[in-house]
Structures are given as C-alpha cells and as structure tokens.
Design a protein around this ligand. Sequence first.
Ligand code: EPU
Length: 416
Amino acid sequence: MDRFAIHGGHRLEGSIEVSGAKNAALPILAACLLSADKFELSNVPQLQDIRTMQRLLAGMGVKLVRDGHQMQVQADAVSSVEAPYELVKTMRASILVLGPLLARFGEAKVSLPGGCAIGQRPVDQHVKGLQAMGAEIRIEHGYLNARAKRLHGARIVTDMVTVTGTENLMMAAVLAKGTTLIENAAREPEVVDLAQMLVQMGAKIEGIGTDRLGIEGVEELKGARYKVMPDRIEAGTFLCALAACGGRIRLESAHPASMDASLEKLRDAGARIRCGEDWIEMEMASRPRPINLRTAPYPGFATDMQAQFMALNALADGTSVIHETIFENRFMHVQELNRLGADIQIEGHTAIVKGVAALSAANVMATDLRASAGLVIAALVARGTTTIERIYHLDRGYEAMERKLQNLGAQVERLK
Ligand code: EPU
C-alpha cells in the first residue's frame, strides 16, 4: 500500500489546475445509462472512484473509451442491470445507477452499500422516493431488487437533504410518465451540474439550484457533450493547505462561485483572496485565526471541507468549535491530528480545537478521503517528516495530489 512522506515547513508558492469534480462526474457517468446515444464527456478527473464507476458500467455492457480527461460513453447494448457487492462495497456512489437503470430498463439489482467509515449512510430516501414513483423494491440477499413497468410522477418530500438521493430521484424522474416534484432537494453545485447535463439530454427540469425540483418526464433522452464542473472540494483543500503553510497560490480552472462558504471562512482565518470567474488567488501572511464551523447542506459549510479546516484550526492563534451535523462519525482524523501534536477534544458531534504554535511529525493513518486531506495539511506544516499510511483513500478523490503539491513547493513523496 502506498504511503506519503511529507517533510513539513515549506511555504506554498505557484499555480495549479483544479481537476473536474468527482462528485459531479460520478452521477454524470451514471446518467449515461439513460440513453442509447453516445456521450462525450470532458474534464473527467483521473481518480480511483471514477475507475470504479467505469468498471461498474463496463460490467453492464456500457462502452467506455477514455483519453486523458475525455471520455466517450455509450449504453446502447446494456446486458446486465446489476451493481455487484464487490464494487458497491468499495464505492457507495455506485447506488447512483439505481435510478437510471430502473427508469430506462424497468429493473435494477443493486447491492446495498454496507457500513461506512464516516457514518451509517442509509439509502432509505432513495428507496422511498422510487417507491412513490411506482417501483417495487425488495431487499433480498443484501441486494435491492427493483422493478417498475414504467415509473410515474410523484410528489416526494425527503426527510433530510440528500445529495445522491436527489440525484437518483432526478435521474429516475426524467423518464417517468408525468410530473415529479422533489421537495427538500439538495442544492449542491454537483446536483446542478447533473441537472444541466440532463437538460442537454432533453430532460425537462424546473427549479434547478433550488430545493424544489419539478421534473416532467419525457419518452426518450438523447446523448450529450458535457464538461464536468471544477472540483470545489479539491480547490478548497489546496486553499486550506496554503492557509496553514503561508505563501501565495493561484488556482486555475476553478469555480469560486460554488465556494462561498469556504472562501468566507478562509478570509475570516486571515487569508487575502481575489477571484475571477474561473480562477482564485490567495495569499496568507500570518498565523491563522481560529474559525468556528457548523457543517450544513449547500450553500452552508460543506462536511467535505470539515477535516481540512480542522487541520487549519489546529494551528490557529486561539480556540475554535466545529460542529459536524451531516455524518455521525466524521471526526476520525482527530486522533491522528492529536498524534501530530494538535490539541482537539471531541464532545458528541462537536470538536473543540485549541490552536497550538507548532505540530511535530509522526506516523499517521488515513481513515477516509477527506480525513486524509486534513492529515496532509497538518503534515505540510509539522516539523520533520510525517508518513501517512493508506493513502489509497486520497487516490479515490484527489487527482495527482502529490504532483500538485510539489508544484507549489511542498516536499511530498509517494512511497510504494
Ligand atoms: N441519509 C439518510 N438516508 C438516505 C440518504 C442520506 O439517512 O437515504 C443521510 C446520510 O446518512 C447523511 C445525510 O443524510 O447523514 C446526508 O447524506 P447524503 O445522502 O447527502 O450523502 P451522499 O449523497 O451519500 C454525498 C457526497 C459525499 C458528501 C455528502 C454530503 C457523492 C458521491 N458523495 O454523499 O462526498 O460528503 O454528499 O455533502 O456525491 C466525499 O466526496 O468525500 C464524500 C463523502
């Protein structure tokens, strides 16, 4: 298993390109199941999770040709409607094929995702919404077996804001008979990106970007050419690294309009930030100020940025309080940060972070994708050489992270 060795204490200087968004590319790939036509996707990030989605679709008979960040996809000869346990257990987002398969083929067999490092993460809202649209869903031998002659429109109010739940229901509704109303819908930019691709395919969706989506089903959808939006979490992670290390960087191919909550918090921490439509420049010249956070659905502060900001707060000039409201177990990085000399205590869903003047290198273990990103940030400032084990978690969601950090002057090495 690969490890990172990070020699901390270097300022970050330079410019990097932000990759395409993992959490937009995954549902967009699943949406290619909705038509027999060809899709030409660009800005598809090169990540382990994307490869898992490719394998999942290829196993169903979908043709996929990848050329760098371009991908051609065609689901004109689908021979299986199954998402097997072996793939779903490595990537929960596999559940995203449920809605499209059911809508186009009238059946789907998708393994139930099991437990997950960051929380229980049930899929009851996906199931309830599809049932309201007329699907018959049974759980047998760990699989969701779903059937429907043709889905019909329904009014669905989800119990909580769910990102992939909204995406699944939206992808089912676009081919259903009649109108579907999804209330309490997720407004994440990645949901918007998927909706825009569906519209290009001929879907009729109103209320895109709001918590009330009105979808009028159509008989058939066509292929599309689509460019995946930039990854706001990757961009935010690099900005947090800069806020911790000090220096000045420029992010190209970014989408600052989707990053208000993070950019505001970085300004509160002391960063100077300038943005254009697709670039961000940030300078950090002082020790970070502590910032209080409460994770929330978009446009609130993203749970996917919580660990990175915690690493920053660990070094701040004072004490901060972080509330995690989305996932019940998303503080696994705390123990590892404390091994690097941080002073963080957890009380229920709250972390109290007392900033320390310096961190010191240690061997630490990555536990999930964003937790690992928090550890990388801490290691970039810790005195000495930190090794981070199990960085396969990082490879799931950060494209060429070590190369990008090296470009900014960080000393990061991948050890095989
Ligand atoms: N929930 C339910 N029932 C459901 C669906 C969700 O109880 O049927 C709960 C979850 O357990 C959680 C909350 O609702 O407590 C929100 O979960 P959501 O469904 O929004 O999460 P997700 O769709 O499974 C996506 C991202 C995550 C990101 C969350 C929250 C993708 C592929 N994944 O997950 O990204 O943290 O939304 O914004 O889009 C990551 O990239 O590292 C990552 C974990």
